[in-house]
Design a protein around this ligand. Structure first.
Ligand SMILES: Cc1ncc(COP(=O)(O)OP(=O)(O)O)c(N)n1
Ligand SMILES: Cc1ncsc1CCOP(=O)(O)O
Ligand SMILES: [Mg+2]
Length: 206
C-alpha cells in the first residue's frame, strides 16, 4: 500500500474547492486543505464544503495549520510544520481521535514529531516547487534514503510520505526508496487532464 495525499491549490481556472473535487474524482482518498493567505471566513467556508465532498467519497480530510478549526468542524486531522502549533500542544488540544501530521526535513525532525505524538510525517521537499515558499533544503532520493536508513537503525517506525515537486514519473523511485506514500498538488493541477492524471497516479501506486 503506497498512500497518495492530495494538497489543495489553485490555478487560473481551478479553485481550491475544485482542486479537491478533481482529486476525489480521480480516486484519491486523502485530501489536505491548504489555503495560505485565506481569511478565516473563507477558510472555514471552504473547509466545510471540502469536508462534505470528502465524506461523500469516503476520503480522509486534513486541514493544514489550523488546529482549532479542525476541532470545531470535526475534520479528520491537521498537518503542522515548524512555524505552526507544536505537535505536543495540538495532541493535547485534539486528543487521540484526530490525525496529526508533522513536516520533517531531517531524521531529527521525525524523531521529535514521533515522540510528540504525530501519526505521520510529510518529509520534503523532494525537489524544488513553486507551490510553497521558503523551502527547506531539497532532499532528493538520497536524502530519503539516508533518513529512512537511520529510522531503521534506530527502530523508529512512523509512516513517511514524500512531498515537493512530485510527478507521476517519480513514483517508481519513491516507492523503491521505502516511503509510505506521496503528497502532491502541482503534479495533478498542471496536467492537461487533472482527473485522468490522478487516476494514473493512483494506478501507479497500487
Ligand atoms: C503532507 C505535508 N507535508 C508537509 C507539509 C508542509 O507543511 P508546513 O511545513 O507547515 O508548510 P505549509 O504547508 O503550512 O506551508 C504539508 N502541508 N503537508
Ligand atoms: C506543502 C509543501 N511542503 C513542502 S513542498 C509542498 C508543496 C507540495 O506541492 P507540489 O506537489 O505542487 O510541489
Ligand atoms: Mg504549516
Amino acid at each position: 500500500m503506497f498512500d497518495v495525499q492530495f494538497i489543495t491549490h489553485f490555478t487560473a481556472s481551478i479553485s481550491y474547492l475544485d482542486s479537491a473535487r478533481i482529486a476525489l474524482e480521480g480516486g484519491c482518498r486523502w485530501v489536505q486543505l491548504r489555503m495560505k493567505d485565506a481569511s478565516e471566513d473563507e477558510l472555514k467556508a471552504t473547509a466545510i464544503r471540502v469536508q462534505d465532498l470528502c465524506r461523500q467519497y469516503g476520503a480522509t480530510f486534513i486541514v493544514d495549520d489550523h488546529v482549532d478549526l479542525v476541532k470545531q468542524i470535526g475534520a479528520d486531522g491537521v498537518h503542522l510544520g515548524k512555524l505552526d502549533m507544536p505537535i505536543k500542544e495540538a495532541r493535547e488540544r485534539l486528543g487521540k481521535g484526530f490525525i496529526i501530521g508533522g513536516t520533517a526535513n531531517t531524521f531529527e525532525d521525525i524523531r521529535q514529531h514521533a515522540a510528540d505524538g504525530a501519526d505521520y510525517i510529510g518529509c520534503g521537499p523532494f525537489r524544488f516547487t513553486t507551490t510553497k515558499q521558503k523551502l527547506s533544503p531539497i532532499l532528493g532520493l538520497d536524502g530519503y534514503r539516508s533518513i529512512l536508513a537511520r529510522m531503521k537503525e534506530e527502530g523508529l517506525s512512523i509512516p513517511v510520505v514524500g512531498i515537493g515537486g512530485i510527478t507521476r514519473k517519480d513514483i517508481p523511485a519513491l516507492k523503491a526508496v521505502g516511503l509510505s506514500g506521496i503528497a502532491l498538488s502541482g503534479g495533478i493541477l498542471k496536467a492537461g487532464n487533472p482527473v485522468r492524471e490522478m487516476e494514473t497516479i493512483i494506478r501507479l501506486t497500487e
